[in-house]
Design a protein around this ligand. Structure first.
Ligand code: ZN
Length: 527
């Protein structure tokens, strides 16, 4: 007797529907799984047999073969257990013939005792099942909050706690929990962070630099001695970025779920992620990969912040691996199983000491480095990577008077309002210029043509630029970066300035904007 139902398997961030065919025929009793199963799927056999035994599910004394289709795609993941179990129950006559299994998809790992365990990647799998026209999706109860995103008028989603409960439900003798509420994104929830800029004392210039960076989505490098608060500031950058949209939240959740980072009963990700891999991390853990392709840190930081502390300590190969993703906002990893692309659109925030001992220019410690050592230290940063960082800001140590100041600093919410207003101005400018992708554009993405169009300097501004170039010996590349940052500064300042009558959306770039942007290129003098 042949029975057919569906389950799903992951490939990268995407999932594909798997047809489970189970055939039982009179022969020597045995149980086999075919159809390119991976190691975890081969083990499925043991879990299904043991689970059936402990739940009192009779396995017919026949030759049972389970075929997973499509046969040419390798299937990995323990989540196929539940689909195999259901197909087996149909073959053993436990699920009546009139119950349509062809419109159902079963996702979940089995325990020996019959419980259905939460698995990774449920969001991707549930959405795929929905898009392929599956009417009823059964997922582990521990994954219902993710799977809720797949609920529509035509698609029902159920949370299963254990196998006996599911069998009873399919026999029409009981019920399993039905998910009825779509995940809602409460805009306020995106801002419920423990960290806030009101906790950061002093560091006015660094705070300003990250505000500008957030407003234009510029990458930023903070340079300062130990204890100057570099990580403290970096950690708070997600709190001043605009709230995530529904689509951003779904995409970020998919990545975190595939990586197994969503805890049991965990909600979808609504806050912008902050990832800070250690400088000893491998290229694979940073950009993704391994035998079963998994997202790396750059993809877990998707729609959020990737923070690289002690920037010069990262190996050349690591920083090389970052270049392409920074350019393309995605990363492609090639493995035996095929090519997988993970999205990786993140704001890069780096931090470093001014020299190897950390005390160059410090009031609190004495620098023991020789001038040549300082040069060697700085030259460890990869030039091409530094090229993608628009803002480089020096952070002096905080004075005692600033630390002892009892008054709270400006809170993140106030800064975020300016960031959002500036982003809206830049979008408006791209929209008016007829850009198709204006809604996702930001100032950091402007190319040379855009700069000519949107960052026109008057004679006074040009004079300041010339002076800075002579004084600091800047490269042509630095010129473009200063223009981009000056444009963002003008956008942030727009609300505080009277209309300059120029007709330029966001107003003309002023001398002040250019001077401030030049000051945000602290490292150029070393190159
Ligand atoms: Zn030193």
């Amino acid at each position: 007797m042949l029975s057919v139902t569906y389950t799903a398997a992951l490939f990268g961030i995407d999932a594909f529907l798997v047809t489970v065919e189970c055939n039982a025929r009179k022969s020597i009793p045995q149980f086999d799984i075919v159809g390119l199963p991976g190691i975890s799927v081969k083990e499925s056999r043991e879990r299904v047999m043991n689970c059936a035994a402990s739940c009192g599910i009779p396995i017919p004394d026949m030759e049972i073969t389970v075929n997973l289709a499509p046969a040419d795609r390798r299937k990995e993941g323990s989540d196929l257990d539940l689909g195999i179990m259901v197909a087996l129950c149909r073959s053993s006559g436990l699920i009546p013939e009139d119950v349509d299994l062809g419109c159902k998809c079963f996702i979940g790992e089995l325990s020996f005792t019959g419980d259905v365990r939460a698995v990774r990647g449920v969001l991707s799998m549930a959405l795929e099942a929905r898009d392929r026209g599956i009417a009823e999706i059964y997922v582990p109860y521990g994954n219902i909050k993710e799977a809720a995103a797949a609920v529509t008028r035509d698609t029902r989603v159920f949370g299963v706690k254990n196998v006996p409960e599911l069998i009873a439900c399919l026999r029409g003798e009981g019920k399993v929990y039905e998910v009825t509420d779509l995940p809602r994104i409460d805009p306020a929830d995106g801002f419920r962070f423990a960290e806030d800029f009101s906790q950061v004392k002093g560091q006015t210039r660094a705070r300003r630099a990250v505000e500008i960076a957030a407003a234009g989505a510029h990458n930023v490098l903070l340079i300062g001695p130990p204890g100057s608060g570099k990580s403290m500031i970096a950690k708070r950058i997600p709190t001043i970025l605009p709230a995530m949209t529904y689509d951003e939240a779904i995409e970020t959740t998919k990545l975190h779920s595939v990586a197994g980072l969503i805890p049991e009963n965990g909600d979808i990700v609504t806050r912008r992620p902050f990832r800070s891999p250690h400088h000893s991390c491998s290229v694979v853990s940073l950009v993704g990969g391994s035998a079963i392709p998994m997202p790396g840190e750059i993809s877990l930081a998707h729609n959020g912040v990737l923070f690289l502390d002690e920037f010069p300590e990262f190996s050349k190969s690591t920083s090389e691996a970052l270049r392409q993703p920074l350019e393309d906002s995605k990363v492609t990893v090639t493995r035996a199983a095929g090519r997988v692309t993970f999205p990786s659109s993140f704001m890069l925030v780096c931090a470093m000491n001014p020299c190897k001992c950390g005390y160059f220019g410090s009031k609190r410690g004495t620098c023991t480095c020789k001038p040549a050592d300082i040069k060697t230290y700085l030259s460890k940063i990869s030039g091409p990577l530094l090229d993608r960082i628009d803002i480089q800001m020096e952070m002096p140590e905080v004075d005692f008077s600033e630390i002892s100041d009892k008054a709270d600093s400006e809170p993140s919410a106030a800064i975020r309002e300016r960031v959002e207003a500036a982003r809206e101005i830049s979008r408006e400018r791209f929209r008016a210029a007829g850009y198709k992708r204006y809604s996702v554009m930001n100032n950091a993405m402007m190319n040379t043509d855009d700069l000519k169009r949107f960052c026109v300097l008057d004679d006074d501004c040009i004079k300041i630029m010339e002076g800075a170039f002579k004084r600091m010996n800047l490269s042509a590349r630095a010129y473009d970066r200063i223009l981009r940052v000056a444009r963002t500064i003008a956008d942030v300042e727009r609300a505080r300035r009277p209309d300059d009558g120029s007709g330029v959306i966001g107003g003309k770039i002023t001398k002040k904007d250019v001077m401030e942007a030049v000051q945000m290129r602290a490292l150029d003098k070393y190159w």
